[in-house]
Each structure stands twice: as C-alpha cells, then as structure tokens.
Design a protein around this ligand. Structure first.
Ligand code: K7E
Ligand code: CUA
Ligand code: CA
Length: 610
C-alpha cells in the first residue's frame, strides 16, 4: 500500500504541535521542574527511603531508593547469583536448601520485615515463593538469605505476613487447593491451609484448614487475628466454577485460640504438622463474606479496620478488626486489588482495570458520607500492588506512594517481545495526588515495603565480629583429614589468600573454610575457583565453608571477584591437582612456607599437615 502524502504531513504537523505544546508551555515546564525537584537526589546525597520490592519470577528482592527510583541492590533468594557469590556451587548450603525444597527458581511476591513493638527491628525480611510452597528468611544485617524452608501440606505459598506487633509467628497462605488427605483418589472438594511458622526455627508450628483457597494475608496490629482472602469459596476446579458466587470470604483465624487448640492436641498431624479443622474446633476461624473473588487484604495503620479489595466487584469491604463485622462497602472503581495508607486517615486503592489509584477517606466511607472519594490519578498501566511509604506499618510517612504497574505499554521502547514493568512514584503529601516519575525494574515486582534510610542504616552490619568458626590470622592450615579429604583453613586480607597455594590429589574432596579477616567496611573479598563452579563473597569478619571435588589434574588459580585494592588482580592463589598416579610428593604447606614457597620433597601425600 502506498502511503498518502497528506497523511504524512498531517502526522508531522500534529507531532510538531505536540512538541511545541509540551516544551513551549510555561505551566507544564514548571510542573515538570517541580516534579523533577522532588525526585532528584544529587550525586553523593542519600535517598530518603529504601524500598524492598519482591522480584516475582526473578526469585529475588530488589532494593530501590525513593524518591530517586535508583536500583541499589538485588538480594538473590530463590535463584543462584554469581554477582553476590550466592548459592553458586552444588555444595553451597543455600543451594542445597534450594534443591531440596523445590528447585533453583522461585516466584517471590510479598516481602515482610520482622517487627518488635510494632516497628521494623531490622532482623529479618521474609519472602515467599509462590511456585514451590516455600518461604525464605533474609538476614537484614547481611542482606543475604540465611534459611529457606518448604511448608508441608501447602501448595502455592502466596500471601505472607508477620504477626504484629512482635513477629510472634509468620503467616503463609496456601493458594492452590489440594485433596484434604493428600490422596488424589479422594473425590471430596479440595481444601487449603494457612500455615503458621516460627520465625526463628522457621518450622511450621501448625496449620488451619480452610474450605476454599487462600490468597493475600495481613494480620491485626494486636496479634489476635490473621486475615486471608479466599476467592474460591465455591471450591471450584476451573475458572467457571471459581466465579459462581457473588461473595467469597475474608478468613480470620483467631491465633491464640488456634494455639490453644493445638496445645490441647486437637490437630491432625500430617507430615509432622498438626492441622486444625475448624469444623471440629469451632471458633478458631471466622468466614467474613466479601465480594467477589477478593484479592488484597490490608489492616489500617491504627488497627481498627480490615480492607478487602473486591477485584471482580468495584467495591472495597471495610471490616471492623475487632468485632469482624462489616461496617461499610464503598464503591471505589473497577478492579480493586490492594490498599495502602497515609498518616491522615486516607486509603489508596489500586484499580487494575481502571489503571488508577483512588484515594478515599476511611472515616467518611465508614460513616457513609457521599464525598468519601478524595482523588483519582491515572497510572501507566494496570496497577497491581501499590505502597505508600510506611503504609504497611502503624506509622505511615505520608509523602510518597509507589505504584507497581503490570504493563508499561507505550512508556518505553520495545527491548524484546515484552515490555518492562513500570513503577511510578506519586506525591501524596497534598490533597491531590501528583505524578512525579516513572522507572522500570526487572521482572516482576509485586509488592514493596519501605524503611527510612535513617532506620535502615544502623540495622545493616558491614563489619562482623568473627564467629566461633572463624579462621584467625596466623592460624591458617591445610589439613589432610582422611585419604581423600583435605580442609583448607584460609584467610583473606588485602591482597592475598593465605595459603596462596594448595596441593591436592585427583579424587580429593577439598573443603575451603574461609574467613575474611579485614576489619574495615566494604572490604569484601571474593573467592572464585575456575572450572569448579565456585564463587563466594565475604564481608569483613565473615566465614563461609564450601566443599568441592578436586576435579581434573591441573593448576587452578583461585582469584578475588570483588575489586578490593590496587593489587586486586594479584589477589590469587593456586590449587594444584596432582593426577591419581602422580609420583610428585604433595607439599606440606607449612613446611613450604618455611622455605619461602618452595615445594619440600619427601612429604608423604597422605601425611596430615598440622
Ligand atoms: Cu496482587 Cu501475589 Cu500480591 Cu501480585 S499479588 S499483584
Ligand atoms: Cu580481594 Cu579483590
Ligand atoms: Ca469466587
């Protein structure tokens, strides 16, 4: 088809007018300048807030700065990541946990920081893996996952929440219903469980069975209830069946009552976990009927109300968090998914279908006042979660809101078949919301929690007191502990490995027990071993242990992967693997030290070096 010349001209004129309009209009320029001023963080300045975004199918947590939107760090959790020396080797304890609990990828949706007295204590950040029914715990002093567990009797670990105010337990929802007794031959409708975990041992203490599924979770601010949405009260097995009822439910579990029932032996133990059945233990579960295939459930900062988002209904349901009675059900717009809060009694609900954030006043909605809707703002596009800074705590900060949009459509050039997910930063400090900025992140953030930089700073350790298992400077050794077992007790200090050479034999299992003995912050050293799939990184004072097969005969240079000094490139050492039938004597490392690195002949290969 030939293009009509007039069409081209018309397009050019419109484009030119558009450009003149945006650039030439003084008001729009100053609005842009004001927005830019609000998000600009000058070089060397710090962001006011740090956000922890769940990484979705990236299986990680992204740390971003607000208001700049800068991606500051990724915390890999359910996926090995060489960049941070995380779970790379087959024998890495985290990787073994990953393999044993479901595999080397995850779908993380909901970050939940631990709390003491209702405020973040900086100890842990919990994150779910929807795909494999797992939960991981990230040490917030080290920014690395330190435990990954599989939850028995549960599939589709979706909503998670800590029990406020003291992280008494961790709540995990099972979204994908299962045969109640675990037997696929059982024709009865499927059920699901909400699991309660001990945050320290990460053991599943007990579970509560629900006739339906469980989607998003929150808890009351006083430790009494967990709240979970269920969108399949129909107990349907296909889409048609799941959208039959006008109302599904918010499932409230009375936590003290459930604990008492477990203590009284009322649970049926399956896979080591007592499961409570509410039909046998009345009073532990209250089903609050809410429309329709609800999704998000969020408790207001003051703990008074529970807000359930209607998803297929244009409403949110406001439930009294103490009496569990519905107090109002205001219309907010199409496709309400999640709600967050400012510090002035307002709620902000994401509208997936309308591609909007709606701001509404909680008190006015409860009283039935007609003017409860305060403002609406368009987002780009199809928003899932949204989070106002601090909105998930008892003390929201009330200045910024992050919209986590599922589709960016026209916001970026295509860089592949799919478009980046789009985050938008909205100023919520005034009566009307103002769009400030947008920025993409890797796939696919679901939810976010925020801490002020001032709160976070003292929580994160950078230099650790060496633990009981640390290797001290001067105490390095290479120990042959069996015919095929070698332990290397190693220290790292700019810019050398001690020992800087290790002689082993083909068939040996070599355990590297490594301490970074640096005492100044940010002096991270790596330890990468070519052709052994090994890379770890260590903070000052930190110790890690990893065992590898010696591998094929050869000379393998271990080297530092974190740029640490002018002699970083020289920071390397040799592992020499002698062939099985080699007649070359394996050097005693200490003896070789005494002779300035020369191999001492005649030291038997199986002789233990002290
Ligand atoms: Cu709405 Cu998994 Cu939090 Cu995603 S869930 S949107
Ligand atoms: Cu140590 Cu580079
Ligand atoms: Ca339903």
């Amino acid at each position: 088809m030939k293009r009509h010349p007039f069409a081209l001209i018309a397009v050019t004129v419109v484009a030119t007018l558009g450009a003149v309009h945006t650039l030439g209009c003084g008001a729009s320029r100053s609005a842009r300048a004001l927005a830019a001023e609000k998000v600009y963080v000058a070089p060397g300045e710090l962001d006011k807030y740090y956000g922890f975004l769940s990484g979705g199918q990236s299986g990680s947590v992204f740390v971003i700065g607000i208001p700049s939107g800068r991606l500051i760090r990724e915390i890999p959790v359910f996926e090995p990541r060489a960049a941070y020396g995380y779970a790379v080797n087959e024998n890495d304890p985290r990787r073994q946990e990953l393999v044993e609990t479901g595999g080397l990828w995850g779908d993380s949706h909901h970050p939940a920081p631990s709390e003491t007295h209702g405020v973040y204590d900086g100890k842990y950040l919990f994150i779910n893996d929807l795909a494999n029914g797992r939960v991981a715990r990230i040490r917030l002093d080290y920014f690395e996952a330190d435990k990954i567990v599989k939850i028995p009797n549960l599939q589709g670990a979706h909503g998670i929440a800590v029990v406020s105010p003291d992280t008494h337990l961790l709540v995990v929802n099972g979204e994908f219903e299962q045969p109640t007794d675990g037997m696929v031959t059982n024709p009865a409708p499927y059920t699901s469980v909400v699991a309660f975990l001990d945050p320290e041992s990460m053991e599943t203490k007990f579970e509560v069975r629900v006739a339906g599924n469980l989607d998003i979770a929150d808890t009351s601010k006083d430790g009494r209830y967990s709240f979970s949405t269920s969108y399949n009260l129909e107990q349907g097995k296909d889409l048609d069946q799941m959208i039959q009822f006008d109302r599904d439910a918010v499932v409230a579990v009375d936590i003290p009552a459930a604990e008492a029932a477990v203590a009284a032996g009322k649970g049926h133990v399956r896979n080591g976990v007592p499961i409570l059945d509410p039909t046998e233990t009345p009073g532990i579960v209250t089903m609050i009927p809410v429309p329709k295939n609800p999704h998000g459930v969020n408790v207001t900062p003051d703990g008074r109300y529970v807000i359930a988002a209607g998803k297929l209904s244009p409403t949110v349901t406001i439930i009294d968090a103490h009496t569990l009675k519905i107090v109002a059900e205001p219309e907010v717009g199409l496709g309400p998914l999640h709600t967050t809060f400012d510090d002035r009694g307002n709620a902000f609900t994401s509208l997936f279908l309308d591609s909007q954030v709606v701001k509404w006043n909680i008190d006015k909605a409860v009283k039935g006042a007609p003017d409860y809707i305060v403002d609406r703002i368009n987002v780009h596009y199809n928003i899932g979660h949204l989070q106002a800074v601090g909105g998930e705590t008892m003390h929201p900060y009330g200045d910024f809101l992050l919209a986590l949009n599922k589709l960016s459509k026209d916001q970026y050039l295509p860089v592949g078949p799919d478009m980046p997910e789009n985050q938008e930063l909205i100023d919520i400090s005034g009566q009307k919301m103002k769009m400030l900025a947008s920025f993409p992140t890797p796939p696919e953030p679901h939810d976010a929690v925020f801490m002020t930089a001032a709160l976070l700073k003292p929580l994160v350790h950078q230099v650790f007191a060496p633990g009981a298992d640390a290797v001290a400077e001067g105490k390095e050794s290479v120990v042959r502990s069996g015919p095929h077992e070698v332990t290397v007790n190693m220290t790292l200090l700019r810019s050398a490995y001690t020992p800087d050479h290790v002689d082993v034999r083909e068939g040996d299992r070599v355990t590297f027990h490594i301490t970074n003995v640096e005492t100044i912050r940010d002096m991270i050293h790596g330890f990468a071993l070519p052709d052994h799939n090994l890379n770890i990184s260590l903070a000052p004072g930190f110790t890690k242990t990893i065992t590898v097969d010696a591998g094929k005969p050869g000379v393998y240079w271990y080297y530092c992967t974190n740029f640490c000094s002018a002699l970083h490139l020289e920071m390397r050492g040799r592992m020499v693997v002698q062939p099985q039938d080699s007649t070359v004597a394996i050097a005693d490392w200490h003896a070789s030290q005494n002779t300035k690195g020369l191999v001492v002949p005649g030291v038997p290969s199986t002789g233990a070096a002290k």
